[in-house]
Design a protein. Structure first.
Length: 372
């Protein structure tokens, strides 16, 4: 992937900022909740037109090849309009297809928004570790169940992980194919997650064995970094809302920000916000330059766990400092809180991510010491 220079990063930040300003209407966000596919068609069209769907795809397939750092800038900016769906799901599927060396035509269709693949890999709530799937692939057909599929409602294809004769296999299945059944549930922010039941559905093998496992693991690590970046965007906006509220909300004849007890709580939030920002920026700068899979996995888990924890802290304290208003649906703070609640469990909770980090750190430390 190509490295992104400072000018390109600034232009991308400006473009996504303008998009968020145009589309960040709380009423529109509320109207989309618990609907399918969970985003407006014009949102997808705008992402394709801006080249955002092609951001991390290879150049020989019509992509820009800019990598995870560029996608992270985009994800953070989209927090301003709650518009990261369907970007996250298409990025995740696109990275899987890129890592397995999928046909250029398939990737080109994703870049224009004509082909909308979704990754169907989870079978249990734990989202940080890969376990051998119970879904089976045999004689060209897939049988099993997948859940927690982000982007399923608008998908044209599913990339399904299954157990085959040679170990893990990734299979491309058409949405709506005979023998498949898709249902939807909704996350706290009203965005849909699919459950897919497959009964002898025909599919095309994309990769198997070590190639499939490596591609899936790499794509999940990369997308987890994007989720961390979006969480940072919500943290910044919640902090800004809290500071403004403390300046304008008056009690006992003074702004509540004049009370020392609340100042201490806000200062603690600020420290955690700055620590999270430092960790994210350093991680994004370094991530694309890492070639070792273990190092990338450790970096991803570290970033995501930090942002998960900081988002939860800022959510709790923001609600407290806003008082009862912080949990009302009319207050835009609640939109950020619900979105964070929807994100912090996807692809791994903090506990799961730290466990995944330690899984990687043990062998890595032994290798560095020359013991393996």
């Amino acid at each position: 992937m190509a490295s992104m220079d400072a000018d390109t990063a600034a232009l991308l930040r400006e473009a996504v900022g303008k998009h968020a300003d145009r589309t960040g209407d709380g009423r529109a966000v509320r109207s989309r909740r618990n609907t399918l596919p969970g985003y407006a068609p014009e949102t997808l069209a705008a992402m394709a037109e801006q080249g955002w769907l092609a951001l991390a795809l290879p150049e020989d397939a019509g992509g820009l090849g800019l990598g995870v750092s560029a996608a992270g800038i985009l994800a953070e900016g989209l927090a301003g309009c709650f518009g990261a769906d369907p970007f996250h799901s298409l990025f995740l599927a696109g990275r899987v297809l890129t890592h397995v060396g999928a046909a250029a035509e398939l990737l080109a269709g994703l870049a224009t928004g004509e082909t909308l693949p979704a990754l169907a890999w989870q079978e249990n709530p734990q989202g940080a570790r890969l376990n051998p799937p119970a879904t089976r692939y045999s004689a060209g057909r897939v049988t099993g169940q997948k859940a927690w599929i982000v982007g399923a409602a608008g998908a044209t294809h599913f990339i399904v992980s299954a157990s085959g004769p040679d170990g893990l296999v990734l299979v491309l299945v058409e949405a709506g194919a005979s023998g498949s059944q898709l249902s939807q549930a909704f996350r706290p922010d009203g965005s849909p997650m699919g459950r897919l039941v497959l009964d002898g559905v025909p599919g095309e093998v994309l990769a198997c064995g070590e190639v499939a496992e490596s591609a899936l693991r790499a794509a999940l690590d990369e997308t987890s970094v994007l989720v961390a970046a979006e969480l940072m965007g919500h943290i910044d906006r919640m902090m800004a809302m809290v500071i403004e509220h403390m300046k304008t909300r008056r009690q006992f004849g003074r702004p509540i920000g004049a009370f020392q007890a609340l100042q201490h709580r806000a200062a603690d939030m600020f420290v955690h916000q700055r620590l999270a920002r430092a960790v994210l920026e350093a991680g994004l700068t370094r991530f694309d330059s890492l070639s070792d899979r273990v190092a990338r996995g450790m970096q991803s888990a570290r970033l995501r766990a930090r942002l998960n924890d900081t988002a939860q802290l800022v959510m709790r304290e923001s609600i407290q400092l806003f008082g009862a208003m912080g949990i009302t649906d009319e207050n835009d703070l609640s939109l950020h809180v619900k979105r964070c609640l929807s994100l912090i469990g996807w692809l791994g909770s903090s506990v799961e991510l730290r466990g995944y980090y330690m899984d990687l750190a043990g062998p890595a430390r032994q290798a560095a010491d020359g013991r393996i």
